[in-house]
Design a protein. Structure first.
Length: 95
């Protein structure tokens, strides 16, 4: 199901903005959990191949995590095998 949604968002041309909104929501929620009771779960986010091919993607994620003092090792990403197959070595290295 996430594959279909991500593909539709890519086709509609909204995947980059949607990804930014989701990242912001995830970061803010993790901060709320941490401040409320020290709870810092791993949160997984579905990514699209287009996001991963964006040269600014890794820096965008890193800067948001750093701004909220979130350990970069704690968030997780979800990629289907089709997504991974569509990526280049350079895209994967950025992540």
């Amino acid at each position: 199901m996430p594959d279909a949604f991500v593909a539709l968002a890519e086709q509609a041309g909204i995947i980059d903005r949607l990804g930014e909104l989701v990242l912001d929501l995830v970061v803010r929620q993790r901060v709320r959990w941490r401040e409320a009771d020290g709870f810092e779960p791993t949160v997984h986010v579905n990514l699209s191949p287009r996001e991963l091919r964006n040269p600014a993607f890794a820096e965008r994620v890193a800067s948001r995590l750093a701004a909220h003092a979130i350990d970069p090792a704690t968030p997780g990403v979800v990629m289907t095998s089709a997504m991974v197959a569509s990526l280049t070595t350079t895209s994967l290295t950025q992540v």
